[in-house]
Write a protein that binds this ligand. Structure first.
Ligand SMILES: Cc1cc2nc3c(=O)[nH]c(=O)nc-3n(C[C@H](O)[C@H](O)[C@H](O)COP(=O)(O)OP(=O)(O)OC[C@H]3O[C@@H](n4cnc5c(N)ncnc54)[C@H](O)[C@@H]3O)c2cc1C
Length: 484
């Protein structure tokens, strides 16, 4: 039982026989060396190594097990406020390594599994076996320090129809057969970020869509290895074009890959199932277990790291071309600062108001976290917009590293110099700004933040519906009636 190193992560991945379709190529394994994945996979490996760095080890891991072994802090079941704070610090330290650009770092779903396993009695309501399964699975993922991803939503064929009705029920992943050992699943789920190089795929219910009784065959939760027979991923076009860190500073490090998930009669053993044929259990999957609180606690650490990056980058941009003195530019910087301080305040409130839940888990308060997860999808969109506005033509006057070091070097040093930067320094900075606001990588980041927790429109609907507005309406009503 130990937190893995980067080498151990890569070694396991090199043995996996994951089926990935990418740009007309069918891969069965070989992921760590494929051009689309090799850089991001190494960024993930560095995160595993980080757990062992003397300066981070005490925050990123905790003693777990009889032999003095240590596990990743995201598996720690928080019993006290200090435990919870440590979890938050570990998430932030992990997010800082990629400025929050890696959205599916292991701590996200480790946090979910920690909470789900702690609430195992809730899973027992349909079958005691499910409680045992979720607890055993959490221990397996913790002890082997596996990297999980999840897939939640049905294909996007026709949103005017119930997902279970699309193509007569054939599209959405569903159970086609059950035998003595498990279930057989056929169909598809829309997306799994990092699917091609994760160790495990969690096929969980949606955090937003609610199942009805007729969704019974589509209501399940289970986990399978990403190289399970019959499972395949159809990856989108990579945004890591194999260029240098100078040219594509973010895309060449953090392009996580997103992939459609196809189940071609995948057999799932019962011990890997946590809920079967029970829309009610699936509807309460995250909320009744408080998994959503711990997932959002991780997310707020990541989005804080990302906002800090945007503030730092925008500051360098304004200094670099001498626009920091203009008031509207200062207003843009103030807007980023306000978002940052809002996230910090909401996180602090969530930790300060934490309470022990029915499963003896110290649980961050939901109200501030829920506000944060409804806010960020919209607030994030402003950052690339601000960078594009302030970067202006400089985003296009951004030749490559080969130009900065080649025959155009003298021109670049002369004509592309900034207020505080040499020509080459300015090009390097602007290429980073471009990768944060205008490249394909940047577009995907904006889309990712917008849809991170599901459709923000339907999230807002659920948010306001669950919020107790009556006391405020009553107060206004009393005021109106007093005036009469
Ligand atoms: C970069 C990226 C990575 C992702 N990674 C993952 C992942 O790892 N795992 C995973 O499970 N999912 C992932 N997703 C999917 C994500 O969960 C969904 O994007 C999100 O839930 C919204 O669903 P959808 O994309 O199918 O949009 P749709 O539901 O198809 O919505 C499309 C548009 O129609 C509107 N609309 C549709 N239906 C309704 C309705 N009933 N009422 C009102 N408006 C409606 C929406 O508001 C939206 O504007 C990822 C998405 C992106 C963009």
């Amino acid at each position: 039982m130990t937190a893995r190193t980067g080498a151990e992560f890569l070694d396991r991945l090199s043995k996996a026989r994951t089926h990935v379709e990418i740009q007309g190529e069918s891969l069965i394994g070989g992921i760590p060396d494929h051009p689309a994945f090799k850089n991001v996979v190494r960024s993930y490996a560095a995160l595993f190594d980080r757990q062992h760095a003397p300066e981070y080890r005490d925050v990123l891991t905790y003693p777990c097990g009889p032999d003095g072994d240590r596990a990743a802090t995201s598996f720690l079941i928080p019993r006290t406020a200090e435990d919870l704070a440590k979890r938050g610090q570990a998430c932030k330290l992990t997010a800082d390594a990629s400025f929050g650009m890696l959205g599916r770092t292991a701590d996200y779903l480790n946090s979910a599994l920690m909470a789900l396993a702690s609430a195992k009695t809730w899973f027992a309501q349909t079958d005691a076996g499910f409680a045992r399964n979720i607890a055993a699975y959490y221990e397996k993922v913790r002890d082997e320090d596996l990297l999980c991803t999840h897939t939640l939503i049905p294909p996007q064929a026709n949103r005017a129809q119930a997902a279970s009705q699309q193509a007569g029920g054939a599209l959405m992943a569903h159970i086609t057969n059950e035998d003595d050992n498990g279930i057989v699943v056929r169909g598809a789920r829309m997306l799994a970020t990092i699917g091609p190089f994760a160790d495990e795929l969690l096929v969980f219910p949606s955090t937003v869509l609610r199942g009805a009784p007729e969704d019974k065959p589509y209501s399940f939760a289970f986990a399978i290895p990403t190289d399970a027979p019959g499972l395949r991923f159809i990856a989108r076009e990579p945004f890591d074009y194999g260029r240098s860190h100078f040219d594509h500073p973010l895309g060449s490090r953090f392009d996580e890959s997103d992939a459609v998930v196809v189940f071609d009669d995948v057999h799932v053993p019962y011990e890997r199932c946590f809920a079967l044929g029970d829309p009610e259990v699936c509807n309460g999957f995250y909320t009744k277990t408080d998994a959503i609180n711990h997932m959002t606690h991780q997310v707020i650490a990541r989005t804080t790291a990302k906002t800090e990056f945007m503030l730092g980058l925008t500051t360098l941009l304004t200094e670099g071309i001498g626009i920091g003195g203009f008031q509207h530019v200062q207003a843009d910087l103030a807007e980023i600062i306000i978002t940052l301080e809002t996230l910090r305040a909401l996180n602090r409130a969530a930790e300060a108001d934490a309470a022990t839940n029915d499963y003896q888990v110290m649980t961050p308060a939901w109200a501030p976290l829920n506000a944060a997860r409804n806010l960020y999808p919209k607030l994030y969109q402003r950052f690339p917009e601000i960078l594009r506005k302030l970067g202006a033509s400089g985003l296009m006057a951004a030749p490559t590293e080969a130009d900065a070091d080649g025959p155009a070097a003298a021109d670049i040093d002369m004509y592309l110099q900034g207020a505080t930067l040499t020509g080459k320094e300015r090009v390097r900075l602007f290429r980073l700004v471009w990768d944060a606001c205008a490249s394909a990588f940047a577009g995907r980041q904006a889309l990712y933040e917008y849809y991170f927790f599901g459709d923000p429109v339907r999230m807002a609907t659920a948010y306001q519906a669950s919020y107790d507005k009556a006391p405020y309406a009553d107060r206004v009503k009393a005021f109106l009636e007093a005036a009469d």
